[in-house]
Design a binder for this molecule. Structure first.
Ligand code: HEC
Length: 99
């Protein structure tokens, strides 16, 4: 009985981690992003480190649904699931914003 309760709470915790985004998985996915999005503002590409997680998620979904009009980011976002976007948001929002 106790084991069942522990197993159940583990499932709940894992569920929460996915809904809120897993920063370790986000870090794994971020290698593609940082080739363009350097930690400091370089040229015309905005830095995304330290971005507010909710704002980040909204923007990525707008690129994915092509409501935000940038072909590069549309292509990037197209390949991401909601879980991928949540993980990336968790990772980038925890980074220090560039000065
Ligand atoms: C090939 C280069 C490139 C790659 C790779 C790339 N981006 Fe972008 N990203 C851009 C450019 C350029 C913009 C600015 C678009 C604009 O001005 O509309 C942008 C904008 C954004 C924005 C909006 C930031 C803001 O404040 O306006 C977010 C969020 C973002 N990218 C996230 C990501 C994530 C997450 C990844 C990886 C999964 C990624 N990008 C990969 C080039 C790239």
């Amino acid at each position: 009985m106790r084991a069942a309760i522990v197993a159940f709470s583990l499932i709940c915790m894992t569920g929460t981690a996915i809904a809120e985004g897993d920063p370790e998985y986000g870090q794994y996915l971020s290698s593609e992003c940082v080739t363009c999005h350097q930690s400091s503002a370089a040229g015309t590409i905005p830095p995304i480190a330290g971005m507010n997680a909710d704002g980040f998620i909204s923007m990525m979904k707008l690129y994915r649904s092509k409501q935000l009009d940038n072909p590069t980011m549309q292509t990037v976002a197209m390949r991401l699931s909601d879980e991928d976007i949540a993980a990336l948001a968790a990772y980038f929002s925890a980074l220090k914003a560039p000065d």
